[in-house]
Design a protein around this ligand. Structure first.
Ligand SMILES: [Fe+2]
Length: 122
């Protein structure tokens, strides 16, 4: 289980009461499935070259939010999950968000800044 999934599961209850108070649906299954699957397209961004893992030639054209959304859609997953995957990175900057997609996206950005971006500054 990824850090994003763990944090989403840990923080769900804290946020759920606010959404419930305002009558906004906030679905546990969508949060957990979305957190588990949001990076499913990552494998399509990479390839092996000369014995090393490197970005594939089309990784910028088909970043993992888009390729992941296609994978999820082709697998018959609900549009709420497809949407969450498609909008979890900067691809979703100006998109509509469900409560679940906004939540997973926020946790994902936090983890990125606390780990990947943080490591680059050392
Ligand atoms: Fe991602």
């Amino acid at each position: 289980m990824t850090d994003v999934t763990k944090l989403c599961m840990m923080e769900y209850d804290a946020l759920e009461k606010y959404y419930t108070r305002h009558g906004v649906p906030f679905d546990w299954d969508t949060v957990v499935a979305g957190a588990l699957l949001h990076d499913i397209g990552k494998l399509t961004e990479f390839t092996m070259k000369d014995g090393s893992v490197t970005h594939g030639k089309d990784f910028e054209l088909m970043r993992h939010p888009l390729s992941g959304a296609l994978i999820a859609s082709r697998a018959g997953l609900p549009n709420t999950i497809v949407h969450l995957i498609a909008t979890h990175s900067f691809e979703g900057d100006r998109s509509y968000h469900t409560a679940e997609s906004a939540f997973v996206r926020t946790i994902d950005i936090f983890v990125f800044h606390a780990s990947v971006a943080g490591l680059k500054k050392r």
